[in-house]
Design a protein around this ligand. Structure first.
Ligand code: SF4
Length: 184
């Protein structure tokens, strides 16, 4: 799958933070000065790192950190898939659910999480379900909902691995993950 831009303009890249700890985005930033080289070839059109409110049309590459834990994220992921050419699951939470899916072993995990997380007062417990997006009963990895084009496992994935994948994609090559990728 080619991500090179034949028009000569920069490749449009987005990064998205769903249910994750931000560690995968920290790893993205750990590319350090290599980001300067990337910036010559890519334009970050949407990210927690920039101030864009709405996911744009015609994105070439989207890296998604985190699993899908609530209905808002579910709809967002479907929208991103429609607007993205190459969708990458970034990190173990996006690839498998990882720690965010630990709650899946509870039968009514959505209710359990709400009760445990917001057990502050009876008033707040009654109000919270209307204040936060409705949780899915089970947290889900991206591929259970949409087609994923590449997986970058790791918790977090190393900056070297993220840089390798992006660099290969930008020159139209398919990254070879064998021997490079690891979980955890
Ligand atoms: S994969 Fe690890 S570092 Fe990335 S969001 Fe999940 S817990 Fe955080």
């Amino acid at each position: 799958m080619s991500t090179t831009n034949t028009t000569g303009s920069k490749v449009r890249v987005a990064t998205v933070w769903l249910s994750g700890c931000a560690g995968c985005h920290m790893s993205f930033l750990d590319q350090d000065e290599r980001i300067v080289d990337l910036a010559k070839k890519i334009q970050v059109v949407y990210s927690p790192l920039v101030d864009t409110k709405k996911f744009p049309e015609k994105v070439d590459v989207t890296l998604i950190e985190g699993s899908v834990a609530n209905e808002e994220q579910l709809e967002m992921l479907k929208d991103i898939r429609v607007k993205t050419r190459v969708l990458i699951a970034l990190g173990d939470c996006a690839v498998t659910g990882n720690v965010t899916a630990l709650r899946n072993s509870w039968e009514n995990s959505d209710q359990e999480v709400l009760e445990r997380a917001y057990k502050l007062s009876e008033d707040l417990q009654a109000a919270v379900p209307n204040m936060v997006p409705k949780l899915l009963v089970k947290t889900r990895p991206l591929h259970e909902i949409v087609k994923v084009d590449f997986y970058i496992p790791g918790c977090p994935p190393s900056a070297d691995l993220i840089n390798y994948v992006l660099t290969e994609l930008l020159v139209g090559k398919t990254p070879i993950m064998e021997g490079r990728a690891r979980y955890g």
